[in-house]
Unconditional design. Structure first.
Length: 213
């Protein structure tokens, strides 16, 4: 029951949003630029873990169309079902990344676009460290978050009530480097989702390697 309680907030929000989330963020050029940067570093047929895979688009779709093997993980049943239908070339698993066992060095790359925000700071740190271990030495990690110094703050996201925890940009970068990752690039952007209840959001995209570049 405790595991279900931890998982419920994000699952409930994204079960409600469904395809509307994809439509709201489809125009995010910084997200697509991050994917292009990741693709530049991948060898043909790389194995990639997509954490918070959502509807499968654009991340899993972009990676599979480039010939890579993708495992998407998401806590939302609705999102997982949508992704499986929309991107049949990828594998998707309904799971909480905090609980999912991952073998060390089992992926060539890991990407996690905005799945951390409804976790505590301790959980976020543990998940980033877990993802760093899951990628092979020299492998790539792409991360995105909303860089705000907030902890368990109440708010609304696309009309849905949420509680959000995050780090300021510098603190998040420190968290990533503290997990044993070498940050190669960071990009800051402000993006307004295409939704009537959306507001402009600061976004931070980091690209890193496990070990020295």
């Amino acid at each position: 029951m405790a595991e279900d309680d931890r998982r419920a907030p994000a699952a409930e929000v994204f079960d409600v949003l469904g395809i509307a989330y994809e439509e709201a963020f489809a125009a995010s050029e910084p997200h697509r630029a991050s994917l292009r940067r990741l693709l530049e570093r991948l060898a043909p047929g790389s194995r990639v873990l997509d954490v918070g895979s959502g509807t499968g688009r654009p991340t899993a779709q972009t990676l599979t169309e480039a010939g890579h093997r993708v495992l998407g993980v998401d806590v939302s049943p609705v999102m997982t079902e949508l992704a499986a239908r929309q991107v049949p070339a990828a594998d998707f698993r309904l799971a909480d990344i905090r609980e999912l066992p991952l073998e060390d060095a089992s992926f060539d790359a890991v990407c996690a676009y905005f799945p951390l925000l409804q976790m505590s700071r301790a959980e976020q740190a543990a998940v980033v460290a877990k993802l760093a271990r899951a990628v092979r030495p020299g492998g790539s990690v792409a991360l995105a978050t909303v860089p705000l110094d907030v902890e368990d703050a109440e708010g609304f996201f696309m009309g849905q009530p949420v509680r959000v925890t995050s780090f300021a940009a510098g603190a998040f970068t420190d968290l990533v480097t503290g997990a044993g990752l070498a940050v190669l690039a960071e990009e800051h952007a402000v993006f307004t989702p295409a939704h009537p209840d959306a507001v402009p959001e600061p976004h931070l995209f980091l690209h890193a390697l496990r070990g020295a570049p």
